[in-house]
Design a protein around this ligand. Structure first.
Ligand code: FE
Ligand code: MN
Length: 462
């Protein structure tokens, strides 16, 4: 099937890295007065985090056997064998640093397994018990997913998955029950997360045909009805003098000049127009698994003097993928300033604090980077199998790809570009005609010059 090959091509690319309505559910237009009540004003900025693409896999669904190993090695670099430990460490970080709230922007689970959702919600309950609120939306892997699997010995077994009907019930404590308003046509909602700050949590996924297709649909869009509902929400926020951050799984803007589809919203132009019209100037997204920050109009480094409102899209890299980071953010209600910077999950600290003896966990940063680098290296080498180069040349080219990939996914490629260009394998890639990898390398070189890991902007006043 056409779609399926696009999907696997995407993950192969990325993997290889080579690369790379009224506003309420039941009562339209009615805002709940209770939840919309203004919270106590507080003085300083509030701190909150955004994480995405956890792709959590319940430990009970894998035995570490042959089938699981094969799946992990053939995958897109997700740290599935330590999925539970990584998530525990993230929860530990939250309890230590106590952000006001945490946003999870979809792909919460590996492939929508009921067991993974259930275990994850248990952890999120602990987070809320420690005083940090959690707000989630689904990603394209989370609902009606026919790929839900468990792994036993040398076999993959079909595993139970959850539906879009189950999701708001399962995650009721993590946004849906707190919503000021819910979209009738999607799993979108809006919530008052802090004094003067609303989160517009948008469901950009298309999951109704997954069963029919036999795979989870990758591409996303915002429904016309959802776009209208957004306008109602913005008007209500304006009445309450609240600023709004928009959150969705798919990207609003292009985060790569590579010709790959399925990352950006299918109706990104229309959506951008509507967001801009409503003064929504900051989007938090995920899905592409790489760290990147873009704006429209104009490159981040350039001057944006078009007269159009500048809209930013921060794509946080996948928590499941090296360097296993999330975004640390602040919002100052007085100035409406928002800051963002990436921070890696402190797995080592969590492992040490819990008396864990697994050396991979005690030295997780190194372990994770080496694992990811090796994965990229091997995939590059595989691609070069039939290319007319000596073994040494291939090794050197694979080394370039590996270095680049590690930094590209982390959002730090700009800082190593010169070093990479000086590597012998670089020239070989540069001179190679056609193919995905040379284009990938060139795109990387074009896309440097601004920070992909930090940002400070002022939210629109509504
Ligand atoms: Fe994902
Ligand atoms: Mn996704």
């Amino acid at each position: 099937m056409m779609k399926k090959s696009v999907v696997s091509a995407l993950s192969a690319l990325i993997l290889t890295g080579i690369v790379l309505t009224g506003c309420k559910d039941t009562e339209p237009s009615v805002f709940s007065l209770e939840t919309a009540a203004q919270p106590e004003p507080s003085n300083g900025p509030v701190s909150f985090w955004v994480a995405t693409d956890l792709h959590y896999l319940d430990k009970a669904l894998e035995d570490g056997g042959e089938a699981f190993q094969t799946y992990v090695n053939g995958g897109d670099g997700k740290m599935l064998p330590y999925s539970d430990e990584l998530t525990e460490a993230f929860v530990h970080d939250i309890r230590q640093k106590k952000p006001e709230f945490v946003i999870l922007s979809g792909d919460l689970t590996n492939n929508g397994e009921a067991g993974s959702h259930k275990e994850l919600t248990k952890k999120l309950k602990q987070v809320e018990a420690s005083g940090t609120s959690v707000y989630v939306i689904p990603g394209n892997h989370d609902l009606n997913n026919p790929w839900a699997r468990s792994f036993k010995n040398d076999k993959q077994l079909k595993s139970e998955h959850i539906t879009d009907k189950d999701f708001p019930r399962l995650y009721g404590d993590f946004g849906y029950n707190e919503a000021i308003s819910r979209d009738q046509n999607s799993l979108s909602y809006v919530v008052n997360a802090a004094p003067g700050l609303w989160l517009l949590m948008l469901d950009s996924n298309q999951y109704h045909n997954n069963e029919k297709y036999g795979f989870p649909q990758t591409d996303g869009r915002l429904l016309p009805e959802t776009l209208s509902w957004i306008e109602d929400c913005v008007q209500e926020a304006a009445r309450q003098h609240a600023s709004i951050i928009t959150v969705m799984h798919h990207n609003l803007l292009s985060h790569t000049s590579m010709p790959v589809s399925g990352f950006k919203l299918n109706n990104s132009q229309e959506s951008l127009k509507r967001l801009r019209k409503n003064g929504l100037n900051l989007v938090l997204s995920g899905h592409i698994h790489m760290q990147d920050i873009r704006r429209d109009p104009g490159a981040i480094t350039g001057d944006s003097s078009s007269g159009l409102l500048t809209v930013y899209d921060i794509a946080t890299s996948a928590m499941a993928v090296n360097p296993h980071q999330y975004g640390e953010m602040t919002f100052d209600p007085a100035s409406r300033a928002v800051t963002y910077k990436t921070s890696a999950v402190n797995v080592e600290g969590w492992a040490a604090a819990n008396g864990i003896e697994d050396a991979n966990l005690l030295h997780f940063k190194t372990y994770a980077e080496q694992t990811f680098a090796r994965n990229s290296y091997n995939k590059a080498l595989e691609r070069l199998q039939d290319a007319p180069f000596t073994e040494d040349q291939k090794a050197s080219m694979a080394e370039v790809m590996s270095r680049l990939n590690v930094n590209y996914f982390a959002g730090t490629a700009g800082s190593v570009l010169e070093e990479i260009k000086a590597m012998p394998g670089y020239k070989l890639w540069e001179n190679m005609e056609g193919g995905f990898m040379p284009g990938y390398i060139r795109s990387m070189a074009r896309e440097q010059g601004w920070s992909k890991v930090s940002l400070e902007i002022i939210l629109t006043r509504h």
